[in-house]
Design a protein around this ligand. Structure first.
Ligand code: ADP
Ligand code: MG
Length: 366
């Protein structure tokens, strides 16, 4: 039995995974920081020695180290090959497109013909996609860092700050909402999909998550279908989050996160099985749990730090006096825009839950 779980990454996701694993009796070892530093490569081997299965909570880690562990016979879930494919956003887009899944039209900055100049390579992309594009860093981007609108891209390029080999472009999608479908793949290929959530980003950082998503029945069906198809293509067991755009008549995939995700935090209270317990179940070879909602609606709001300072929980007593309101703090000190906690509110409607979540957030002086 896989009852010792090794987690790469010691942030809030690792913390919440550990909090879910403990009541089930699992033994958890956490390795932090990322496995791409030389010391951590030794650490990864030690982690594997202490664990029956290794998984992760951050995706910007060295997939080759995990692959080597797997080749040495240590179970790693989900598959390191899947992680490596997802880490390169262009490879990920190409993979999804090749399998017929809906993604924004995209292109790498490859030389066309003999013209290998920077200008020629940019011109080729503009001829194909136009200027209504977002240029993205292929690897290592998060919270919108590494994404540029066309004008900013050309500015940064002129400053010599960018390398076209590390970038690709995609058409801007005229979306009505951003969505996320959290889903799990069990060790026997069984799937469990959570109800679609709506996400709102402020300054490219997740601000609120609400469920059910206020989309048409056709869009909901498309989101679930796309999530099912995507998970069938990915190797290994675990929870994945599929970020999507709601567009007229359907959905377009933005990106896949090969891990538990901020857009699934509400599942701790709002669903029969939380995404964290689900991931532990998946990677340990246990049956997946029900993804059914426990309330008609839920809203999650992130709590971000404002300044460099220790976290003070002023106002928590007012938050905890509110009905069906749940606060989580991660034991991190505050830094500007750093996620230090979240609040989840269950309610009868999305509007009601969201209003009360915002009210609860307003009670906290951070
Ligand atoms: N093709 C696109 N069209 C419109 N908006 C986009 C597109 N790609 C990204 N965005 C916006 O930028 C945000 C961050 O982009 P994303 O690729 O998800 O980067 P990150 O890896 O930093 O989350 C998205 O949540 C969305 O709001
Ligand atoms: Mg994203």
């Amino acid at each position: 039995m896989r009852d010792r779980i090794g987690i790469v990454g010691g942030g809030q996701l690792g913390r919440m995974l550990t909090l879910a694993a403990k009541p089930l009796g699992f033994h958890v070892t956490v390795l932090d920081p990322g496995v791409d530093c030389p010391a951590a490569q030794v650490g990864a081997a030690q982690l594997a020695a202490r664990s029956d299965v290794v998984t992760w909570e951050i995706e910007h880690i060295d997939a080759a180290t995990l692959q080597a562990l797997q080749e040495d016979g240590h179970p790693v879930e989900p598959s390191p090959a899947t992680l490596a494919m997802i880490q390169d956003k262009l490879e990920q887009k190409r993979f999804l497109a090749r399998h017929g899944l809906p993604v924004a039209e995209h292109a790498g900055f490859d030389a066309v013909g003999d013209d290998e100049s920077v200008e020629g390579r940019v011109r080729a992309v503009v001829e194909r996609l136009g200027r209504d594009i977002i240029v993205k860093t292929r690897t290592g981007g998060y919270d919108g860092r590494g994404n540029f609108r066309f004008d900013r891209f050309t500015e940064r390029l002129a400053e010599g700050a960018l390398d076209l080999d590390d970038l690709y472009a995609e058409r801007i999608v005229p979306f009505t909402q951003e969505l996320s479908v959290v889903a799990a793949r069990g060790s026997h290929g069984d799937l469990a999909v959570y109800p679609t959530a709506e996400t709102v980003h402020v300054d490219n950082i997740c601000h609120t998550v609400t469920t059910p998503a206020r989309i048409s029945a056709g869009q909901e069906a498309a989101a679930r279908e796309v999530a099912h198809e995507t998970l069938q293509l990915l190797g290994g067991a675990g929870v994945f989050a599929i970020e999507m755009f709601a567009v007229e008549g359907g959905v377009v995939i933005n990106e896949i996160a090969p891990r538990v995700h901020n857009s699934g935090h509400h599942t701790i209270e709002a669903n029969v099985t939380s995404q964290f317990e689900q991931h532990i179940r998946a990677v340990s070879g246990m049956p997946l749990g029900s993804t059914e909602s426990r309330a008609p609606a839920a809203a999650m709001i992130n709590v971000l730090g404002r300044r460099d300072e220790p976290l003070t929980l002023e106002g928590l007593e007012r938050v905890l006096a509110m009905p069906d309101t749940h606060a989580h703090f991660y034991g991190k000190s505050c830094q500007p825009k750093r996620k230090v906690g979240h609040i989840t509110v269950l309610g009868d409607s999305v509007e009601d839950a969201l209003r009360r979540a915002e009210q609860a957030r307003g009670e906290l002086a951070i």
